[in-house]
Design a protein around this ligand. Sequence first.
Ligand SMILES: [Zn+2]
Length: 168
Amino acid sequence: MNYVTHGLGGVAAGLAMISAVNATDHIQQTTIMTGAVLGSLFPDIDHRKSWISHKIPIASNIISGLFKHRGVIHTPVFVLAISVVLSMLNWGWLHEFNSQAIYFIWGFIPGMFSHLILDTLNVQGIMWFWPLSAKRFHILKIRTNSAMEAVVCLVLGACLYGQYSAWF
Ligand SMILES: [Zn+2]
């Protein structure tokens, strides 16, 4: 999927998390949403031509040099590893440095997960069961930037607009 679709997936994940953790404070809500949108774009750091790679080319050059696109970075195990690392960082010192950090993490991890779900709608799929299996799974055969992706993007956008209208 392209970065617009993934970004919308991140907004959906952010809204779900704001509701799940009952964040009523505007700063907490904004921090969760920022984390969720960044998390939803992050896995494509393994693709040199992705939106996020253009923003942080040095990190992308290193990561895409080490890992192939839709490889390890696009697996639930990697999301789990990132959540453990971020949680440990927060527990260790980040929470003293910035009390909002946990809200960023609460957005970032579900945002990353939304990326995996949306990429599962693509024909290439992702390795859901890595490292047990390197087989990629997909549930639809949508091609990135195709008309079908535009439909998914519009439906997602319409659902979010409906949700947004219900909230405010
Ligand atoms: Zn991806």
